[in-house]
Design a protein around this ligand. Structure first.
Ligand code: FAD
Ligand code: NAP
Ligand code: SF4
Length: 722
């Protein structure tokens, strides 16, 4: 049997080729990239981090990089953020390194000095120039103070070694401290650290040289090099190559790819960025240095990683968020079970958005991420027979977690396929990754032997045995989701007024001019779809939940993306940006109005780290966004509105309604009226009567501010306690 397993055809052979660094070997080509999770500062955060990293190490990742730790106080991202500067601070790291090593993993600590990006009044930089994304201005370091900063990097690396880390990653990209010395725009110095390019790169070279001297030759030093800055007057390609070569001479073991400064107005990791969209940059550097190169950004499936490695575009692949989504990513790839991978969809909703909202990081598709010690997924001592009605994200999540705990689940849906509203969301350009979520759930339901009953609209009689008149199930979970809200203006029943689902499923029925009523998440998505040149929806059969071919998928829309955001893939210009963005922008073939009643800025409620992308995309495409709108009527002239007391007619062919949702509670109301059932109040399971408990989750529980993140988390939490 063992022999047989040995000869199993490996689908991703290049991922599993060990990487020999001379003094040590990394067992495969996957790096878990650095992510600040908020656990760094949380109570018992180091214990929680140890559990979090240990699980990823156990899952087989070759090398882990921690979130960033500052080498000194002035380099912290905020006053209370994590640093590694002293023996006392070093001690607590040992539990992380021990936990990872016990699971046969390797881990490096990232040294991150934020420079002018720090949110506090002690920040320092090359020059006293405020960052456009900060309200603090940095203090310019004196010449000798720069040496002190270098010493702090060295001290931090040395403490990391004492704590048992296998190496460090020196953060030289994303516009942080080191980048601020390298770029002319942020370095106006005239001393040995400024002026010529060789002066401006002296800082990173000295850091690497001195870290190598202090930590010895058997310590991994990764340098994260900003290969494209995506800001005006960023580095040129020749400068990037020169820096890479000098860093190599100074003694790094590996060079990692950094893409874009934080202040860049180009999306680099969101879901609308095509897969592996920046690998071409790393690939340009291949052969220019001898040390291994790691590529990064929007690589989220083994197929993509394998393709990159086998075509020699990089020596190693970095993935960060995919390890929030699935800690066992590498193990599943190794066992040719990539269909079981819970794929990162690039939404940022529960990871980056949470960090920017001051909450700890988790994952939309995996609510247990960074909360490894919180969810009890051990088998239940009291397995139950449970009916789940509704196979949207809430019902799917509950079913999968509850089945894992040993409950016997029957999952019903009225539709011919699982997925609920996700089947519509996948058709929005940039949201195609939801196909992977559907594929993941489908695979899990199969493996866990959940009984799935489709094309079945459940009513109370379906849950009761006709002979005994007793419930067929021990408990019922209602995950029936939502119905779209219909606004109340005259002409709303005109056939030219269209629901968002019809508009998305068949965008060809929409004319050349359109008004979208409601500017929430769905209104923005509909506007993006109706102004997009080439949509995935045109390329695939409607109503399928099969992910498109993964390789084609990765190429799709790449050109539109590069064009639309002005990325110069020939790298002829500094910063890798096209010189005059406006020339490249094609305003859409449709006139689109995006309307809301509120007087707030349109799109103010969108995600913290992705809202600006949606807003600027629609602006580029000429979408007209109006707030403070009162809807009067729709007739053959168009949509009549009143704004600031002025009546106006928007001469549109169609209106699409995106006015939010209401909970679908038909079944819940039936159960409430039945003497057999009783709604569970909170999650208290102490049943004192003979009634069958039903629980309401997802959109059916609360339609306002509903998103898949809440639906999936609610399903998971209920499954752990039911
Ligand atoms: P639903 O997805 O509505 O599923 C309910 C299911 O119950 C349906 O399949 C329905 O057929 C079934 N059902 C109802 N009644 C019965 C019955 N009596 N018997 C049997 N079956 C029944 N969220 C995000 O977080 N991020 C996004 O980027 C995002 N983008 C979106 C884009 C679009 C265009 C849309 C439409 C939605 C988007 N959402 C997004 C929202 C997300 O899809 C919903 O929040 C989520 O699907 C709600 O999950 P749910 O399980 O509660 O309900
Ligand atoms: P939503 O975000 O609640 O937006 C509803 C919009 O309709 C609002 O702009 C609202 O603005 C308007 N509206 C509400 N009642 C109305 C009425 N009676 N008449 C006219 N307009 C009305 O809901 P959604 O866009 O349907 O999205 C549903 C959920 O899916 C959201 O909560 C969101 O979290 C999730 N989603 C998320 C994303 C994402 O990228 N994170 C994307 C899509 C969807 P006014 O009241 O000001 O008019
Ligand atoms: Fe990926 Fe979204 Fe999860 Fe973040 S929250 S890790 S982007 S799936």
């Amino acid at each position: 049997m063992q022999n047989q397993q040995h000869h199993v055809h490996q689908k991703y052979p290049d991922i599993f080729k060990p990487l020999d660094l001379g003094f040590t070997t990394i067992k495969n080509r996957i790096l878990m990239g650095s992510m600040h999770t908020g656990l760094e500062e949380a109570p018992q955060g180091f214990e929680k981090m140890a559990a979090y990293f240990a699980l990823r190490a156990k899952g087989g990742v070759g090398l882990i990089v921690t979130g960033g730790f500052s080498p000194n106080l002035e380099g912290c991202g905020a006053e209370a953020l994590s640093k590694l500067t002293s023996f006392e601070e070093m001690g607590q790291h040992k539990i992380i390194t021990d936990a990872v090593h016990k699971n046969d993993g390797k881990i490096a600590l990232q040294i991150l000095h934020t420079g002018r990006y720090g949110f506090h009044n002690k920040i320092v930089s090359a020059s006293p120039i405020q960052a456009p994304i900060n309200f603090f201005t940095p203090r310019e370091l004196a010449e000798d103070e720069v040496w002190k900063q270098i010493d702090d990097f060295v001290n931090c690396a040395s403490l990391a070694k004492d704590a048992g880390y296998d190496g460090v990653e020196i953060m030289g990209s994303e516009g942080y401290f080191i980048n601020q010395f390298i770029a002319k725009a942020t370095n106006h110095r005239t001393d040995m650290w400024g002026g010529s390019y060789s002066n401006r790169i002296r800082l990173p070279i000295e850091i690497v040289k001195k870290v190598r001297e202090r930590t010895g030759k058997d310590f991994i030093i990764i340098y994260r090099l900003s290969m494209v800055d995506l800001v005006k007057d960023g580095s040129s390609w020749d400068e990037v190559v020169e820096l890479a070569q000098k860093i190599e001479e100074a003694g790094v073991s590996i060079i990692n790819t950094g893409i874009g400064w934080h202040e860049a107005r180009v999306p680099t990791i969101a879901g609308m960025v095509p897969r592996a969209a920046f690998t071409w940059v790393t690939s340009r550097l291949m052969g220019k240095v001898k040390v291994p190169l790691i590529t990064s950004n929007r690589i989220n499936m083994p197929e993509v990683a394998q393709k990159i490695l086998e075509s020699g575009q990089a020596d190693m692949v970095s993935m960060a968020r995919p390890f929030l989504a699935d800690p066992l990513f590498v193990q599943k790839a190794q066992e040719n079970r990539s269909n079981e991978i819970n794929t990162c969809i690039g939404c940022n909703q529960a990871c980056l958005d949470h960090i920017f909202e001051g909450k700890s990081c988790t994952c939309l598709v995996n609510p247990t991420a960074c909360r490894e010690t919180e969810f009890d997924l051990t088998p239940s001592s009291n397995p139950k027979k449970i009916a789940v009605v509704g196979a949207g994200p809430a019902g799917l999540s509950f079913s999968v977690y509850a089945a894992q705990k040993g409950h016997q689940i029957t999952l019903f849906d009225a539709a011919p396929d699982i997925g609920g509203l996700l089947n519509i969301a996948v058709k929005i350009p940039g949201k195609e990754e939801f196909y992977e979520t559907l594929r993941y759930f489908k695979t899990e339901l199969d493996i866990l032997k959940v009984k799935v009953v489709l094309n079945k609209r459940v009513s109370v009689e379906d849950l009761i045995d006709k002979t005994s008149l007793k419930s067929l199930f021990d408990e019922v979970v209602i995950a029936t989701g939502v119905v779209p809200r219909l606004p109340n203006f005259s002409g709303v029943d005109n056939p030219k007024v269209i629901s968002y689902s019809d508009a998305i499923n068949n965008s060809n029925i929409i004319g050349k001019s359109v008004a979208i009523v409601g500017a929430g998440g769905i209104g923005f998505d509909v506007a993006a779809l109706l102004t997009h040149e080439q949509t995935l929806a045109d390329k695939i059969e409607p109503q399928t939940s099969q992910p498109p071919d993964r390789d084609n998928f990765s190429n799709l829309d790449r050109e539109i993306y590069l064009n639309e955001w002005g990325i110069d893939d020939k790298y002829t210009n500094r910063g890798c940006l096209k010189p005059d963005l406006k020339e490249d922008i094609k305003v859409s073939h449709r006139t689109v109005y995006l309307l809301q009643r509120k007087s707030a800025k349109v799109g103010a409620g969108l995600g913290k780290t992705t809202g600006w992308i949606h807003r600027s995309l629609l602006k580029k495409r000429g979408v007209i966004m109006l707030n403070g709108v009162n809807y009067e009527k729709f007739d053959e002239q168009g949509l009549h509105i009143i704004r600031e007391n002025n009546p106006e007619v928007l001469k549109v062919d169609n209106v699409v309604i995106c006015a939010g949702q209401e909970s679908l509670l038909t079944l819940a109301n039936e159960l409430q009226a039945s003497p057999l059932f009783k709604e569970s109040e909170d999650l208290d399971m102490r049943v004192t009567d003979k009634k069958i408990r039903y629980h309401i989750i997802g959109g059916a529980y609360k339609a306002g501010e509903l998103d898949a993140k809440r639906a999936i988390e609610q399903g998971a939490r209920l499954a752990c306690v039911i």
